[in-house]
Design a protein around this ligand. Structure first.
Ligand SMILES: Cc1ncc(COP(=O)(O)O)c(C=O)c1O
Length: 442
């Protein structure tokens, strides 16, 4: 066989699932919405006052500090060692026909990425892509007893040019490694992981919705699987990733805004705790409070902290307030990274972007409920919104607080800042503008 023929055979084998799908199913798109509309939008003239630049000024960008690995960690995994076992044609799942069916995290793609760590075998093992399958673990696995688990939430977007992009993946990798350090789990090289992830995304690329109203949610997860009951570092771990096509995350009211329960008797995080790390153990205790909010007809929980009832997070989002300050200037404020809140990548992007715009003051400072009440009374509170990967921004129109209903005029602004932020970020994510924060998967 000539070299050329060998390469062709290899390519065919590697892409067999695509070829078979092409022949047998004709390509089914995740959405019935064509890219044409999005392409037309690409040419749309911006309706916003603020110019966004095709690059981010050096002072507004930052690469996270490299992670310092424990000296006894052992060897790292490398993307060059990645092995791929493709799903057989009969294992391929049908894709949904329209965004309406998607919801959040109910459907999964055909493949997953798995990387085991075993200290006894010298460290991280070879990464592998396999068909999506159940995990098998010992019933004593630490994740099942002490919630030795952490995760990330990222998205792959199909751009208006058809290319698939992910957003600031270095930030997710850094956050994940910081959570691993805090959980006694092994750290890893984020760049190598992103390369493995890119391969997974290219294999399951047809699952990335062909629309700019949906995306492919990426759930990297790290669990401690050491089969021993001691509360100690896990000497075996599994880093895996599953993918799920998603529509919108939150239920909103008919206005598109959410209403919140702010009950100071519940606390999500505390100083010295792990509110700033994306660990599963932070989320389970919020479920019942969320249920209580829903029973009262409210959509999300506004998490308060301290005697002065500081606003910390809204549901699984960072909180932002746009208001008129004492000096009569417009100001965008979000709570500082005090350890109580998750260092959101959307939060960081909004701060950097709005600081670069230079159109209003931008600060990181505590916001308290008495302050919210006073600003509302004085007509100085303009907008309140949550920000996160799942929804980009989510405007708030009502807070139920100590028996009062506080109506927030977020949706009544003529040119709301949260809309500008949403447009700008989604323009970057869906490739309507070129931006270094968007990483193209080839
Ligand atoms: C508690 C919490 N806060 C904030 C965020 C927003 O973070 P990001 O913008 O990185 O999605 C999330 C989402 O992951 C979260 O779970």
């Amino acid at each position: 066989m000539t070299t050329k023929m060998a390469i062709n055979a290899k390519d065919i084998f590697r892409n067999q699932h695509r070829l078979i799908r092409f022949l047998e199913q004709s390509i089914r798109l995740c959405s019935n919405q064509s890219l044409k509309a999005a392409q037309q939008q690409q040419q749309k003239s911006s309706s916003v006052d603020f110019e966004i630049t095709a690059s981010v000024d050096a002072q507004y960008t930052s690469a996270p500090e490299p992670i310092k690995h424990d000296k006894n960690l052992g060897h790292q995994f490398r993307a060059s060692q990645l092995s791929v076992r493709l799903a057989a044609p009969e294992q391929l799942q049908p894709k949904p026909d329209n965004d309406g069916e998607l919801g959040f995290g109910r459907l999964f793609t055909d493949h997953m990425l798995k990387i085991y760590y075993h200290k006894s075998l010298g460290g991280w093992q070879r990464p592998e892509i396999t068909p999506l399958e159940n995990l098998v673990m010992h019933p004593a696995a630490k994740v099942l007893h002490y919630a030795v688990e952490l995760f990330e939430g990222m998205k792959a977007y199909r751009g208006v040019d058809g290319k698939i992009r992910i957003f600031r993946p270095d930030m997710n990798m850094n956050r994940m490694n910081l959570a691993a350090q805090r959980s006694g789990l092994p750290t890893f090289e984020g760049k190598e992981f992103v390369q493995c992830l890119s391969r997974l995304l290219s294999i399951d690329s047809e699952w990335v919705p062909h629309t700019d109203t949906a995306s492919l949610y990426i759930r990297p997860t790290l669990i401690g699987i050491d089969p021993t009951l001691g509360v100690a570092s896990s000497d075996s771990a599994l880093l895996y990733t599953i993918l799920s096509p998603v529509g919108s995350y939150f239920k909103t009211g008919s206005s598109g805004a959410v209403s919140l329960l702010a009950d100071p008797s519940y606390v999500r995080a505390w100083p010295g705790g792990v509110g700033n790390r994306k660990m599963g153990s932070n989320y389970a205790p919020t479920i019942n409070v969320q249920k209580e909010a829903a029973a009262k007809g409210l959509q999300q929980v506004l998490w308060l902290y301290g005697e002065d009832h500081q606003l910390t997070e809204v549901g699984t989002m960072n909180i932002f307030m746009f208001y008129v300050n004492e000096q009569g200037e417009k100001e965008l404020v979000t709570p500082p990274l005090s350890g109580l809140i998750l260092p959101g990548i959307t939060r960081d992007s909004i701060l950097r972007m709005t600081r670069q715009w230079g159109k209003f003051k931008v600060s990181e400072a505590n916001i308290t409920m008495p302050m919210v009440c006073e600003l509302l009374n004085q007509g100085r509170l303009l907008e309140l919104f949550g920000a996160g990967t799942a929804c980009v921004v989510s405007p708030v129109n009502r807070i139920s607080y100590l028996g009062q209903d506080l109506y927030i005029p977020t949706m009544e602004q003529e040119k709301p800042v949260h809309e500008l932020i949403r447009e700008t970020l989604t323009d970057i994510q869906y490739g309507r503008v070129d931006h270094p924060w968007s990483v193209v998967i080839d």
